[in-house]
Design a protein around this ligand. Structure first.
Ligand SMILES: [Zn+2]
Ligand SMILES: [Zn+2]
Ligand SMILES: [Zn+2]
Length: 383
């Protein structure tokens, strides 16, 4: 058995004990239909969340614009009504299950979230062998499976590789989306300003109204409309977690797993290990990166059934703090490391504040002797 196989095999036992830990938490909390009612159940296979616009979101025909524009026949902006005509090509037997067969609403468009869909023509550019995007989809699947427990579905590929990044203008704070081919990095995030839009040539770039999809995406309940949980790219948590966990189980994308940010010096690392690395023994106050703790569930019961998005944020915050425990960790310091495609980034950014406040109160971050900050991190609900 090769080294790489050993590395891949090890986390599977982690996963089993994570399942046991999660079950125990649910039993202890008596989590029943009441808590999980609004939350789709989580399963190992992403495919169970695949589907069209029937996931607690009420997508209207005008919501359905293709966010990919891969195909020359892309139905973007065609104003197709719900349940409009399906392109006549037969489906190619993809096991994705992404098109519902009932001929109802959403048949021509694949739902990613409220506000994000892609059309059947673009779907086929990826799914059909010989089409331009199929090769990279196949390569991506292989890479994905090395560090993931979730099935490499087409929808996951779209969310991970094809959807546009969204970022905030450093001047006006409005959210804008980049072209699909433009990658958002920690640095480009810090420099971004509104681009001049050709169809708004007469007004200043920052005066162009924000996309109307941004506001709903910054609401907590928007996450319920996602067909698959988004995963963070190149999270700083990678620095600590390395190959000990399946990336998708700790909120990180398996195929965007390069973290090259500032790392603590070696002396500091001896003492600071935010996460429990199973074969290295238990260290007091370490977090399990793949399981929510009791108090976290009490505070964030909505994540009880589907913890990935919470874990992604919490692990990112804990990693950043451990990399520099001599300065207050603020929202502004976290945001540049919060990278993922799609409107999910808007949602993550607004939820980050709540998680950072909680972790500060819990004593996971922002403890010790620190220079005071001007604006309090912890809101009135905690004081
Ligand atoms: Zn939809
Ligand atoms: Zn399209
Ligand atoms: Zn602007």
């Amino acid at each position: 058995m090769s080294d790489s196989e050993t590395l891949v095999r090890r986390p599977k036992s982690r996963r089993e004990c994570a399942e046991i830990a999660k079950k125990r938490l649910k039993i202890d909390f008596g989590v029943s239909a009441s808590v999980s009612a609004g939350v789709r159940s989580s399963t190992d296979s992403g495919s169970s969340r695949e589907g069209s616009c029937d996931r607690g979101s009420s997508c209207t025909a005008s919501d359905k614009k293709c966010c990919l524009e891969l195909s020359l026949n892309c139905q973007n902006g065609s104003g197709m009504e719900c349940g409009g005509k399906v392109p006549t090509q037969s489906r190619n037997g993809s096991s994705d299950g992404s098109t519902n067969g009932n001929g109802g609403a959403g048949r021509s468009f694949h739902h990613v979230s409220a506000g994000e869909h892609f059309c059947q023509a673009c779907y086929e550019e990826v799914s059909k062998p010989g089409r331009p995007w199929n090769d990279s989809f196949v390569k991506w699947k292989l890479e994905w499976m090395e560090d993931s427990r979730r099935s490499p579905t087409l929808r996951q590929y779209v969310a991970d590789q094809l959807m546009p990044f969204w970022t905030q203008c450093t001047k006006c704070g409005k959210w804008r989306h980049l072209h699909r081919s433009v990658h958002l990095t920690n640095d480009s995030h810090k420099k971004f300003t509104c681009p001049s839009a050709s169809h708004h040539a007469d007004i200043k770039p920052c005066d162009v109204p924000e996309d109307p999809r941004v506001d709903p995406a910054s609401k907590r309940e928007w996450s319920q409309t996602l067909s698959i949980p988004p995963l963070l790219h190149n999270s700083p948590a990678l620095h600590y977690l390395r190959s000990d966990y399946f990336h998708d189980e700790v909120g990180m994308s398996p195929t965007n797993a390069d973290f090259s940010g500032k790392v603590p010096d070696s002396e500091l690392r001896e003492f600071l290990q935010p996460f429990n690395i199973p074969h290295e023994g238990t260290i007091a106050l370490c977090l399990r990166p793949d399981v929510m703790e009791y108090d976290e569930i009490v505070q964030f019961p909505e994540y009880c059934s589907e913890a990935i998005m919470y874990l992604a944020l919490r692990n990112l915050i804990a990693a950043l703090w451990n990399m520099n425990p001599f300065e207050y960790l603020t929202l502004d310091k976290c945001i540049p490391y919060l990278i993922c495609r799609g409107l999910a980034r808007v949602w993550f950014a607004s939820e980050l504040d709540r998680v950072l406040q909680f972790l500060t109160v819990k004593g996971v971050v922002n403890y010790g002797i620190l220079d005071p900050v001007k604006t309090p991190i912890v809101g009135p609900e905690y004081s």
